[in-house]
Design a protein around this ligand. Structure first.
Ligand SMILES: Cc1cc2nc3c(=O)[nH]c(=O)nc-3n(C[C@H](O)[C@H](O)[C@H](O)COP(=O)(O)OP(=O)(O)OC[C@H]3O[C@@H](n4cnc5c(N)ncnc54)[C@H](O)[C@@H]3O)c2cc1C
Length: 430
């Protein structure tokens, strides 16, 4: 760590020691800037250390930048510039060079070979140490002011003051506030004139008041199709696994639908329809039931249907059937009743009440409007030498390593720019 700074003035102050802040600080220092990183927790990367269920889905190994950006439907045009400078391929190379080789699993999700998220924090700390970043933890930044001479003044809650020609805001969004992301950066940015798109929980489970859904809490189905309906019309459909919970539904397919569903709910009530047999149309499913029934003529229907699905799901489906057929022998089930059952298995309705809160969200959407950011450098268009990173930005994306890649990219691009501009400033004597 650099000890010989005569006064508390830096080229760059990074506020927030999450993935984006650590990448920016390390990179700017690598390019020759004197960098201070301020983190309010007593440790760095508190959220990073719990990512990916403790394994850290560090990036998505889709190396074609355009294909990668298909996952950022509202912001891909903005993001091409920073991602062409530092992509997921660069992330893999970066961590390999810094002693943390990665491996790729299904859907191109990349993890450290060690399967340990805290190792990512350690690698980033090592990177910053190598380049002499000064790190101060356990002292939240209270205010950020732009002085008339163009410098920034940063004051912490403990009363320390620092100045710098550049500041990077890497304070995260609002998701899982217990990790330190409580939206402090948004307050600072509003004071500097930025527009903050109101955050909402995103990549978050959906809630339902429908009893059968809650009764199935703990049951998961590996492949279903879900349709979200508004005014009886399909507004969104997805296919994947589902987990029933005591509050509603979860699992990757649901988490990745939450942004669109929340948006839809703004225009009216939303209902969900579950298809338990997405690979068969109604006629094919009916044929499957005919075979099942023929092989089990004298058994009770409730004991037979569980050949096709978990017994708990079969019980709830039969309870929803228009006529009470669960306790009837299979041979007594009429053709009409069987067809109605096939229909039900492909269209199980339940209500969507909303989402869980920030404390259960992976990210929060909202943040700084991208129109106010120069994406070539990740700097503010409104306030010179101010950089905006990671979850501070209003960028919707799915789970799968895309959020952390956004942090590595924005941190690296801003760090490069802040470092180079510090060098240019020194050369010209400014
Ligand atoms: C449970 C969970 C699992 C996740 N898993 C994955 C995954 O596997 N893959 C993936 O891509 N994404 C994952 N994410 C999302 C990912 O963790 C975030 O997108 C990412 O951490 C955002 O990084 P950041 O640097 O922008 O902010 P953060 O990680 O939120 O860090 C911001 C930092 O700023 C500090 N700070 C805030 N205010 C102040 C202040 N006033 N002064 C000083 N410091 C301050 C905070 O304490 C915090 O340390 C997960 C999220 C959660 C909640």
């Amino acid at each position: 760590m650099r000890k010989s700074i005569p006064h508390k003035a830096y080229d760059l102050i990074v506020i927030g020691g999450g993935p984006s802040g650590m990448m920016c600080a390390g990179r700017a220092a690598e390019r020759g800037a004197r960098v201070l990183l301020l983190e309010k927790n007593t440790v760095l990367g508190k959220k990073l250390a719990i990512t990916g269920g403790g394994r850290c889905n560090i990036t998505n190994a889709e190396f074609d930048v355009r294909a990668f950006l298909e996952n950022f439907p509202e912001s891909r045009d903005y993001l091409y510039s920073p991602f062409s400078k530092f992509s997921s391929k660069d992330t893999v190379a970066f961590f390999t060079q810094h002693g943390l080789p990665l491996k790729t699993e299904d859907k191109k999700r990349a993890f450290p070979k060690t399967d340990r998220a805290p190792d990512v924090v350690i690698a980033m700390e090592r990177f910053m140490r190598k380049h002499d970043v000064t790190v101060k933890t356990g002292d939240p930044v209270a205010t950020l002011t732009k002085l008339p001479n163009g410098q920034f003044l940063v004051k912490t809650k403990n009363g320390d003051q620092y100045s710098a020609r550049s500041v990077a805001i890497a304070t995260g969004g609002m998701a899982q506030p217990e990790t330190g992301s409580t939206g402090d950066g948004f307050t600072m940015l509003k004071r500097l004139g930025h527009t903050i798109v109101h955050p909402n929980p995103n990549i978050v489970p959906l809630t339902s008041t429908t009893k059968w859904v809650r009764t199935l809490a703990g049951t998961s189905l590996p492949l279903v199709r879900i349709r979200f309906l508004q005014n009886g019309k399909v507004a969104l459909k997805k296919q994947g696994g589902i987990l029933f919970t005591h509050f509603g539904v979860s699992g990757p397919m649901i988490l990745n639908s939450s942004f669109a569903v929340s948006k839809l709910r703004k225009t009216g009530p939303v209902e969900a329809s579950l298809d338990l047999f997405p690979k068969s149309d109604e006629a094919a499913l009916d044929a499957q039931l005919i075979t099942l029934f023929e092989n089990n003529k004298n058994k009770l229907l409730k004991n037979v249907l569980s050949d096709l699905m978990p017994a708990s799901v079969a019980r709830e489906v039969l309870a929803l059937a228009p006529l009470p057929i669960a306790d009837r022998k299979v041979h007594s089930v009429t053709k009409e009743e069987r067809r109605a059952l096939a229909q039900l298995l492909k269209d199980l309705r339940f209500s969507i009440k909303g989402t869980l809160g920030y404390d259960k969200a992976v990210i929060a959407d909202g943040g700084v409007d991208l129109e106010e950011v120069d994406l070539k450098t990740m700097s503010s268009k409104l306030c010179p030498n101010l950089y905006l990173l990671g979850d501070v930005l209003n960028i919707n994306r799915p789970s799968g390593g895309f959020s952390l890649q956004l942090c590595w990219t924005t941190g690296f691009v801003a760090g490069t720019e802040a470092g180079d501009s510090a060098r240019r400033g020194k050369k010209s004597g400014r």
